[in-house]
Design a protein around this ligand. Structure first.
Ligand code: ATP
Length: 370
């Protein structure tokens, strides 16, 4: 049974539809992440699941019970939901143990003590029962806030940018820890974040929202490798979209050369398309006839990310181990090495059938004159 199901929900604030026809599903124990640009409606969606926003249309079902519908709004405190928000609001005058046990209203003292002890071990802070919030670091406070939300064993946990006030290193570490904790506890959770690395580290399912719509809801791997909408391709990971035109024989004339792929034969000749080129699809190779000028270099730890201009206005990205120092301004050779091809039509939606097979790329004479 699914633990959270949104069925075609629309949420209005005033006359404006802030969330539009969103459907998504989380199975029991799954972790979902919502990504998307600022103002796209992520928090509003979370607030409607929590019961703070009524629906204009659709239904929200949690653990098999309809919690929100056009004429139904179960109160937030009756939904069995735990919540963790960006600004940790631990009660300053309560100890760590009292903070964690706060929501366990019906439990006995012995049950509370046992649950507090168990959660403190799980979050790596055993022995912290008697401390006060001001004696804790930001990361420790965030862990306690999480333990407090988990203590009553909610049927769903909602997290809104819970780590955004922490530095990047701690954020990544916590994301991995929190995933382990949620899995141990068997909790179904939905997280809103700006940070793709965090989403990828935590999520079983992830989605990108844009202007109130959920464009895709699949695994992080599918969002990255099989984006079904041009905006998802743009938003997730690094990459560029190159333009090309499919010719009558089903090949794609592009700035990289001529791309051949069996699925291109289904497209009418003359159709303009765009296709996704990730940095890992392009390998520096001095023997290649495809040439470009390095315009920028970014340090990414093990790799450098280079922006390379093929011809005026057309740049692609490539990676190279960071000990190989290629200089800005250098001309280098590039070899396309696609694992699969993601092509979008003019309506920005993916054309099907490109995911499984790599295209064959042969150079175009005009692509060499960069
Ligand atoms: N109470 C409100 N009254 C009017 N408009 C609102 C209200 N709350 C949110 N909005 C609008 O709804 C849209 C979505 O806001 P929301 O906070 O859901 O976005 P978000 O994706 O969570 O953004 P962020 O990532 O910046 O937190 C925004 O355009 C915002 O201005």
């Amino acid at each position: 049974m699914s633990q959270l199901q949104l069925n075609n929900i629309t949420v209005n604030i005033g006359e404006t539809a802030i969330v539009r026809s969103v459907s998504l599903l989380l199975e029991a124990g799954e972790i979902g992440c919502l990504l998307g640009p600022s103002g796209c409606g992520k928090t509003t969606l979370l607030r409607s699941i929590a019961g703070f926003q009524p629906l204009r249309q659709g239904t929200i079902t949690i653990a098999g019970k309809v919690m929100s519908a056009a004429q139904t709004l179960v109160a937030p405190e009756s939904r069995g939901i735990g919540m963790v928000f960006q600004d940790v609001a631990l009660f300053p005058h309560l100890t760590v143990a009292e903070n964690i046990a706060f929501g366990m209203r019906k439990a006995t003292t012995a049950e509370k003590n046992q649950r507090v002890d168990e959660l403190l071990v799980r979050i790596g802070l055993p022995g912290y029962q008697a401390r006060y919030p001001h004696e804790l670091s930001g990361g420790q406070q965030q862990r306690i806030a999480l333990a407090r939300a988990l203590a009553p064993r909610p049927s769903l946990l909602l997290l809104d940018e819970p780590f955004s006030s922490l530095d990047a290193e701690l954020r990544e570490k916590l994301a991995v820890e929190v995933r382990q904790l949620l899995k141990q506890e068997g909790i179904t959770a939905l997280l809103v974040t700006h940070d793709q690395q965090e989403a990828f580290a935590m999520a079983d399912k992830a989605g990108v929202m844009y202007q109130g719509e959920l464009l895709q809801w699949e695994t992080p791997y599918q969002l990255y490798h099989q984006p079904r909408h041009q905006l998802v391709a743009d938003f997730i990971g690094h990459g560029v979209l190159l333009q090309g035109v499919v010719n009558t024989s089903g090949s794609l004339a592009s700035p990289l050369g001529m791309l051949e792929h069996s699925a291109l034969r289904d497209i009418v000749g003359g159709t303009p398309v765009s296709f996704l080129v990730r940095p890992d699809d392009i390998v520096p190779d001095d023997s290649s006839r495809l040439r470009g000028i390095i315009k920028a270099r970014g340090f990414r730890g093990a790799h450098n990310l280079y922006s390379v201009e093929l011809s005026p206005g057309i740049e692609i990205l490539t990676l190279s181990p960071s000990h190989e120092q290629l200089q800005v301004g250098m001309e280098i050779g590039l070899r396309p090495e696609f694992d699969h091809l993601v092509v979008f039509a003019a309506d920005h939606c993916e054309l099907p059938g490109f995911e499984t097979e790599p295209p064959v790329v042969s150079p175009l004479p005009e692509a060499q004159s960069a």
